[in-house]
Design a protein around this ligand. Structure first.
Ligand SMILES: [Zn+2]
Length: 273
C-alpha cells in the first residue's frame, strides 16, 4: 500500500494540474465514488485550486468550495496523460482537464476511493480529524512525539502503524524506522527512555525523508504520475528482508507478525525495550 512518501511524491507531481478545469469524468468503477458516482458531477466545470496531502489522503480543493478526497488503498495511483488513451491497463477513472490533459486513476485491486464533499465538512466526512500528527511537518518535534505516545502502551510497531497517533506510516516504513533506530519492533513503548525517543524521532524523519527523496518505494504497483518506479526499494534494510543477511551485522534477519503484518528485523541489532 502506498504510504506517506509515495502519496507525497504523487502530490508533488500533481501540482502540474493545479489551475486546470475538469471538463468531464468517466469511470468504470462507480463503487469507488463516495457518497456515490452521481456526486462526481459536482466536480465538472470546476477548477482545481490546490492539491495537498494529509496522511495517505490526497485532497483536491476546487472552485465552488467542493473537495475531492482520494485514497489509494492497495494499488491506486494517478497518471498524467496527454491524451484520453489509457496509459495502463487498469485505468478505472479518467478526468478530462482543460489544456488537453487527462488525469487517469489506475487501480488493479479497485479498493481506492474518491470522496466528493463540501469543503466545510470534508475533514469530518473523511475522518481526517481523527488522524494523528504529520511526521514531516514542523510541529513534529521531539516533544510532540513524546506527547503522542504519552500514556500509550503496546508494541512499538503497532503504535507506528496507528494512524491516530502518527499519520502516514505503513508496513514498509515502520520496519525501516525500527531498524534505523535499532529497536526490536515488539519493544514496549512504555519502556522507552528519553534517549530512546530522541533516536525514534530521528529515525522516523530520516526514513520518511529518504522515501520522499527516492520518490517512493515500488514494491507491487506503485509508480509516480509519469508511470516511473520509485527508488527506495533499492535501499531497504528491513522490510521483507527476513531470511537475508543483516546489512549491519551479517546475521540472518528474522520475521514475526505484529498487528497481523509480517515484520522483518535483526534480532542482534534491534534490542527489545
Ligand atoms: Zn544485524
Amino acid at each position: 500500500m502506498p504510504e506517506l512518501p509515495e502519496v507525497e511524491t504523487q502530490v508533488r507531481d500533481l501540482q502540474a494540474v493545479v489551475g486546470k478545469k475538469i471538463l468531464a469524468i468517466t469511470s468504470d468503477t462507480h463503487k469507488a465514488w463516495k457518497p456515490n458516482f452521481a456526486a462526481s458531477r459536482q466536480l465538472v466545470g470546476k477548477k482545481i485550486l490546490s492539491i495537498t496531502r494529509r496522511a495517505k489522503y490526497l485532497i483536491f480543493k476546487f472552485s465552488g468550495r467542493v473537495v475531492l478526497v482520494a485514497h489509494f488503498r492497495m494499488t491506486g495511483h494517478f497518471l498524467i496523460a496527454k491524451s484520453a488513451t489509457p496509459l495502463e491497463r487498469f485505468i478505472r477513472h479518467s478526468f478530462a482537464l482543460s489544456s488537453g490533459i487527462f488525469l487517469q486513476f489506475s487501480d488493479i485491486r479497485k479498493f481506492g476511493t474518491l470522496t466528493v464533499c463540501a469543503e466545510s465538512s470534508h475533514e469530518k466526512f473523511c475522518k481526517l480529524v481523527d488522524l494523528g500528527i504529520e511526521p514531516l511537518e514542523k510541529n513534529f518535534t521531539l516533544a510532540a512525539l513524546k506527547q503522542a505516545f504519552q500514556n500509550k502502551k503496546g508494541m512499538l510497531k503497532a503504535l507506528l502503524l496507528n494512524q491516530s497517533i502518527i499519520a502516514g506510516i505503513g508496513n514498509i516504513y515502520a520496519d525501516e524506522i525500527c531498524f534505523n533506530a535499532k529497536f526490536h519492533p515488539a519493544s514496549r513503548v512504555e519502556n522507552l527512555t528519553a534517549q530512546d525517543f530522541v533516536n525514534l524521532h530521528k529515525a522516523i524523519q530520516q526514513e520518511l525523508k529518504k522515501g520522499v527523496k527516492n520518490r517512493g518505494t515500488t514494491i507491487g504497483e506503485y509508480v509516480d504520475t509519469l508511470g516511473k518506479h520509485g527508488k527506495n526499494q533499492l535501499s531497504l534494510r528491513a522490510y521483507k528482508q527476513h531470511g537475508k543477511p543483516c546489512s549491519v551485522c551479517g546475521g540472518i534477519m528474522q520475521k514475526m507478525k505484529i498487528s497481523q503484518r509480517t515484520t522483518s528485523f535483526c534480532a542482534h541489532c534491534q534490542r527489545k525495550k
